[in-house]
Design a protein around this ligand. Sequence first.
Ligand code: GLN
Length: 496
Amino acid sequence: MSNTELHHLGVAELATQLRNKQVSAVEAAQHFLARAKQHQNLGAFVSLNEDATLAQAKAADALIAAGKGGKLAGVPIAHKDIFVTKDFPTTAASKMLEGYRSPFDATVVTKLADAGVVTLGKLNCDEFAMGGANENSAIAPVGFDAAQPVRNPWNTERVPGGSSGGSAAAVAAGLAPAVTGTDTGGSIRQPASFCGITGIKPTYGRASRYGMIAFASSLDQAGPMARSAEDCALLLSEMCGPDLDRDSTSLDHPAEDFSAKLNDSIEGLRIGVPAEFFGEGLSADVRAAVDAALKEYEKLGAKLVPVTLPRTELSVPVYYILAPAEASSNLSRFDGVKFGHRAKDYADLNDMYKQTRAQGFGDEVKRRIMIGAYVLSEGYYDAYYLQAQKIRRMIADDFQAAFKDCDVIAGPAAPTTAWAIGAKADPVSNYLADIYTLPASLAGLPGLSLPAGFGEGHMPVGLQLIGNYFGEAKLLNAAHRFQQATDFHLQRPAGI
Ligand code: GLN
């Protein structure tokens, strides 16, 4: 195997080659580091630390030589810059944390390291994961002097989706075989859809949030992004599991081998198709690709069942009340005292807080803090926050009613393919584009996006699969069977 082809391998194949010593972990790491630099115009990476990466790779090679390497020994991956890491700076793409170095690794980072992965670097994202286009990063990516939007490898004039846009772009461009992302309201599924890769957000609470910089704690979940469901299963199996001492919302549910059931037959699988996911606002090209994907599922033996999720539309206002409410509380810790940025000139303590936060936070983050503080304020709490909580419960109940008639739910991950950079300057138009990912987030359900074809301008379209609680294995199985029958996930952007 020549090194030039390493980036065409999936995680499973690469892990096998590493184990068989056809390639060393150091060679693999060097290859991907070189690619990260070669394609730095995408703005996918915000930090690299070659010495740390190569030290990890050497250690992986030693373990492999001793026959002791973990399942993913030597596999290079990169982390969204929302996970704290000892060996790399952690910024959450915010000036507030520029130069911050965590004294510990996030649980997800530790678990993957225990399985043997080598960390290539940290990936760009929207500031504090707030966004759906990765145009809100406030940190200069590797190779740039100033903050840039991340570019979609399929068309560099388009957004990669967000907030895990650097993660999705890196996989689509072959800068890493797999990466981590986080999903609060769609940030794994929507960028996976925009960049033609596979990504899964597990059931809320299955992956530890310890060391994941908090945006909206009742929604935030970590998950893997890779080319295929098979590769996602390998990473997700290592990422999940109870972390009860460190994350109070971690579920006491055992880790699972998500690769075990990938090949199960999907004959008779009941796929619920919610009418509300195919209404006004869904663009014709996305609809055509999703319809064709559902037909493919029928060919594979699945049955399509009409279901209804009547409060789908309400998920947008509900999410954009609850997520900012939680964000305004979570972000109060960034006050110039404990972490990162502190204003240089200030009159007194209050002024120090004010100056620090005015300088450290970007516009979208400030907007969310203001919305959050407003909906939590006395007099508005009942009208907004409490109402939103009640509707959130109803949205979860709607899913349970739908799951009486089906095993998984399918629909588009996003109403359109990736839009042009700068095209959605108005924040509300960004928020509305989250309509299909928000319901599963609010209900805490697992959701996956897989490549389902191409739309206008040959931009990728993602099919979203939503499962019931702890239904990750079923989602990965359904996605894997689809990927064995199609080759959308194997197609690559031109020139990369
Ligand atoms: N686009 C959504 C938002 O802006 C979701 C972000 C996320 O999942 N982190 O809040």
